[in-house]
Design a protein around this ligand. Structure first.
Ligand code: ZN
Ligand code: ZN
Length: 345
C-alpha cells in the first residue's frame, strides 16, 4: 500500500509499505477514506517529537471502513464506517476510567507517533472498541475528519478548560485550524464577544466569517490595548492560547480579566515566562490539557444535527498520490491560505 513515511528531520516520502495486519485481539484494520495533515505532523518533521522515529507512517486523523477485526473486538464489524480518534484508549486503565484517555497507560497519542498512522491506504487501530466511533448514516464523512483531533482539541482544551459561559468575553490567540475550531465550538455557549488575534489578515477574515465578533491583527495594532478597548478595560474571561510559542502565552497573561482563565492549547517546545508578580492577586486559573477526545460522541451529534459545520475548515483536497503536494500546500499556509487539506486515497 502507499503511505507517507517520516525518514528523520526534514525528510519524508511516499513509499510502498506492507498492508498492516492484526497484531492483538483488540485491533482493527481500517481502510482509509479520508485523512489530513496536522500542525503536529510539521512539528514531527522538524524533529521536535523524539517518540516518532524514522520509518514511521505519519497521520493521526481520518475516517474509514473497517476491513478486519481481532477476536476481542465486539463493537465494530467489517464494513462499518468509522471515525478514528487521534487518541487510542484501552478504556480500562486508571486514567481511562477517569475519562482522561490522552494519558491511557496502553495508548494515548500513539497513532502516527510511536505506531504507524493514517496517511496511508490502511491503518491498524489498537483498542478498536474504544478508539473508533461509528459514523451515522448520511453524515458528511470528509467533514468528520475534523473530529479526529481539531474539533475536540479546540473544544476540550480551549472552550471547556476556558470555562466559556453565556455572556463571557473570550479571546482566542491564533486563528489557525485549532483556533478556528475553538471559535466554532465556543459558540455553543453564546459568549458575548469572541476576539480573534493573529498576524495573518486572511485567517482573521476567515475568523470573521466563522463568527468572531472582533478580529485584531497584532502586526498592525497592540492586541492588549485593542482587547481593553472592546472589553471596557476589563480584559477577557477566557484567554485561549492556540499557537504554542512563548509570546502568545505571555500575551494571554496580559489579556485575562480578574477571575478569568488562561486555557493553553498550543504545543510548546520552549519555556515561557509566567508573570506571577502581576497575576498572584488576580484570581485567575491556568489550564493545560492534551485532548482526551472524551467529547467526540457529543461533537458527532452536533455535526450531524447541523449545529456546527467543520467542513468549512477544509480548503484543499488531494489524492494520497499527491500527499507531498498536500504537505507543501499545508506548510506554506500563509501563501496558499490552507487551513485543513483533505487527503483521499
Ligand atoms: Zn493533530
Ligand atoms: Zn487506558
Amino acid at each position: 500500500m502507499k503511505a507517507l513515511v517520516y525518514h528523520g528531520p526534514g525528510q519524508k516520502s511516499l513509499d510502498d509499505r506492507p498492508k498492516p495486519a492484526i497484531m492483538a485481539p483488540t485491533d482493527a484494520i481500517v481502510r482509509i477514506l479520508h485523512t489530513t495533515i496536522c500542525g503536529t505532523d510539521l512539528h514531527i518533521l522538524k524533529g521536535d517529537v523524539p517518540t516518532c522515529t524514522p520509518g514511521r507512517i505519519l497521520g493521526h486523523e481520518g475516517v474509514g471502513v473497517v476491513e478486519a477485526i481481532g477476536d476481542a473486538v465486539s463493537a465494530f464489524a467489517p464494513g462499518d464506517h468509522v471515525l478514528i480518534s487521534c487518541i487510542s484508549s484501552c478504556g480500562r486503565c486508571a486514567p481511562c476510567r477517569q475519562g482522561m484517555y490522552s494519558h491511557c497507560e496502553r495508548g494515548g497519542w500513539i497513532l502516527g507517533n510511536s505506531i504507524d498512522g493514517t496517511q496511508a491506504e490502511f491503518v491498524r487501530i489498537p483498542h478498536a472498541d474504544t478508539s473508533l466511533y461509528p459514523i451515522p448514516a448520511g453524515a458528511d464523512e470528509a467533514a468528520l475528519v475534523m473530529l479526529s483531533d481539531i474539533l475536540p482539541t479546540g473544544f476540550e482544551c480551549g472552550v471547556l478548560n476556558g470555562k466559556v459561559q453565556p455572556g463571557d468575553n473570550v479571546a482566542i490567540v491564533g486563528a489557525g485550524p485549532i483556533g478556528l475550531a475553538t471559535l466554532l465550538t465556543a459558540q455553543f455557549y453564546s459568549p458575548a464577544q469572541i476576539i480573534m488575534i493573529d498576524l495573518d489578515a486572511h485567517r482573521l477574515e476567515t475568523a470573521s466569517h466563522f463568527g468572531a465578533t472582533h478580529v485584531i491583527n497584532s502586526a498592525e495594532q497592540d492586541p492588549v490595548a485593542a482587547v481593553r478597548a472592546v472589553t471596557g478595560n476589563r480584559g477577557v474571561d477566557a484567554a485561549i492560547e492556540a499557537v504554542g510559542v512563548a509570546a502568545t502565552f505571555e500575551l494571554c497573561q496580559d489579556l485575562v480579566a480578574p477571575g478569568g482563565v488562561i486555557a493553553n492549547i498550543g504545543v510548546h517546545g520552549h519555556k515561557a515566562d509566567l508573570h506571577l508578580e502581576k497575576l498572584w492577586s488576580q484570581n485567575i486559573a491556568i489550564t493545560t490539557r492534551l485532548v482526551d477526545t472524551a467529547t467526540t460522541p457529543m461533537l458527532l451529534r452536533t455535526v450531524v444535527a447541523g449545529k456546527v459545520d467543520p467542513a468549512r475548515l477544509i480548503t484543499h483536497r488531494f489524492t494520497l498520490d499527491a500527499a507531498l503536494d498536500a504537505y507543501d500546500t499545508f506548510a506554506r499556509a500563509a501563501e496558499t491560505h490552507a487551513l485543513k487539506v483533505l487527503i483521499t486515497p
